[in-house]
Write a protein of this length. Structure first.
Lengths: 288, 252
């Protein structure tokens, strides 16, 4: 008996539609929370955004107005310190894992440590930075906060760098070595450069993750009601300020906390986009 | 100018596998020498021993001596230096994907700290002309990525890249096996022209190709060099029965 092909192809088409539908649904479910959060932030926070928010420091308790200028600048200082430590060490570790230590015991230990470090609660990073930097220095500082966040960046940067380097085809390394290029030079100028889009993405992910961290800053950077850009003093940071305002009893401070959250997300998006823009310039036609 | 290659008692291993056994061979200067044999017979390993690429694999080992010109490459010179004198073209085109055509060609010089812009311009043009690619890419040298070219063009660019460091010997490991017939014949024409200035060693699976481009041919089997003679002799009247069987297609 001949199988009924019409029915079969109808069933196949139906299966195809169902699978496509499920994939679209899954995509929507992934994007929905992000969109929802963003719009809720705009709804709650946008009305409190004004010029003063970006230029003034917080008003004393109970007074209406003021802004988060010191927190925005403080976050920038802390994140600069974090990137200064976290990114070079992270990339260096990734290069070691992928290029020099492959298969060695040390590399396996480093990889394992990085994975464990990635799972360590952020507040523990804060305690570590507190006992390693704040205690010996006898005071809180943006430097200590930056180091705490920098340590948190390392595992993400290391592991993505390693994975991106391993994705560079072996033939590309051979091409460089075959030209009489020393290995270290080939690693930096060829392998790392070929992998750089992925490595940069890893750095941005790590950056964005720590930019919103509050817990490690509680007893390192501490927070500050006044201006400070010094590495040696306590500074304010957006997540800290949001935290303090969100638990305060004043409505105006609640509104400012919403506005601060919106600004924090917007600044992260802007920073990541700027890095992407500047690093993708000069990409050639047909480059892969 | 090319130089001769003298190989004595060369043995090579990958881990416990003895891939090359007691190879003795004299490769003449400024000629093309073809190496043929079935897959896994050791011919690729052999050319990789000639520029010490073999030892980039951590489990690889090699003994014996290889003299290129007057230099004993395993004693007199570092692996990095010998690779500047012995260029290599690989089986599959392997351009640097992030670099322009121009940067690909002069990468060997630039990565070794060579910075003279005017000279680099000249070397790039000369190398691309030698590789018969200049007319096809001259207008987008710095605009297009090396990876945007077609497979055959990429392979000629890789040849230009190898020529740009001005080697004495050019090793080609099945340079046309991933290419279509038109690109293949371009590469073969190229080998024909290049051998007046370079010593060329070409590994190939294609016996007609060996017959077309090489004066000398070596037949490898199971890690040994079975026979080495003029190409004409190998293809018309080989001494060894195994060579004859392979040439006539009775195995492999």
């Amino acid at each position: 008996m001949k199988p009924n092909l019409d029915l079969r192809s109808l069933w196949r088409t139906a299966k195809d539609r169902i699978a496509t539908g499920l994939a679209i649904l899954a995509t929507l479910l992934v994007v929905a929370p992000l969109v929802a959060i963003f719009f809720y932030l705009i709804y709650k926070g946008a009305s409190s955004l004004n010029w003063a928010f970006f230029t003034e420091i917080p008003k004393p308790e109970g007074e209406v107005g003021g802004g988060m200028a010191n927190a925005i600048v403080g976050s920038a200082v802390i994140l600069a310190v974090a990137s200064f430590f976290g990114i070079p060490i992270g990339i260096g570790g990734g290069i070691y894992l992928a290029e020099f230590g492959r298969g060695t015991k040390l590399a396996n230990a480093v990889r394992f440590t990085a994975d464990v470090l990635n799972g360590v609660p952020s507040i523990v990073m804060g305690i570590a930075a507190y006992s390693l930097i704040v205690m010996p220095m006898h005071h809180f500082s943006s430097f200590a906060g930056g180091v705490a966040l920098g340590i948190m960046m390392i595992p993400t940067v290391t592991r993505t760098t390693e994975e991106m380097l391993l994705m560079v085809p072996h033939s590309v390394r051979e091409a460089a070595l075959g030209l009489g290029v020393p290995n270290w030079r080939s690693v930096i100028s060829i392998t790392l450069k070929t992998a750089s889009p992925g490595v940069i993405t890893g750095c941005m992910l790590a950056f964005a993750r720590v930019a919103g961290e509050t817990a490690p800053l509680l007893f390192t950077a501490l927070g500050n009601q006044f201006w400070s850009v010094s590495l040696n003093h306590e500074v304010s940071a957006l997540p800290l300020q949001i935290y303090n305002y969100a638990i305060s009893p004043y409505d105006d401070q609640h509104r400012q906390a919403w506005a601060g959250s919106l600004v924090l997300i917007a600044l992260i998006v802007i920073a990541v986009s700027l890095v992407r823009f500047f690093t993708s310039r000069g990409t050639l036609k047909g480059a892969s | 100018m090319g130089v001769a290659i003298e190989v004595k008692a060369l043995n090579a291993w990958y881990g416990a596998t003895h891939t090359l056994q007691d190879i003795e061979l004299h490769i003449p200067a400024n000629h093309a020498t073809a190496l043929i044999g079935p897959s896994g017979c050791g011919k690729s390993t052999f050319v990789r021993c000639l520029n010490r690429m073999h030892e980039t694999n951590p489990i690889a080992r090699v003994t014996g001596s290889v003299k290129i010109g007057d230099l004993d490459i395993y004693n007199d010179i570092s692996p990095v230096e010998i690779r500047r004198r012995v260029g290599m073209v690989f089986q599959r085109p392997n351009p640097f994907p992030t670099m322009s055509i121009y940067d690909n060609v002069c990468s060997g010089l630039k990565l070794n700290g060579y910075r003279n812009r005017r000279e680099l311009d000249e070397i790039v043009e000369r190398s691309l002309r030698s590789a018969a690619l200049w007319d096809e890419v001259r207008d987008d040298l710095k605009k297009k990525s090396g990876a945007s070219l077609s497979g055959g063009q990429q392979q000629r660019m890789c040849i230009a890249r190898a020529l740009a460091v001005d080697p004495e010997v050019l090793l080609m490991d099945e340079p046309a096996s991933a290419l279509d017939p038109v690109s293949t014949s371009k590469i073969e024409d190229l080998i024909f022209q290049l051998k007046s200035q370079y010593t060329i060693v070409i590994v190939t699976h294609n016996m007609q190709q060996a017959a077309r481009v090489a004066e000398k041919t070596g037949f490898f089997l199971n890690g040994r060099l079975v026979e080495f003679d003029s190409t004409h002799k190998i293809f018309t009247n080989p001494t060894d029965k195994r060579t004859e069987d392979y040439i006539t297609g009775r195995f492999g």
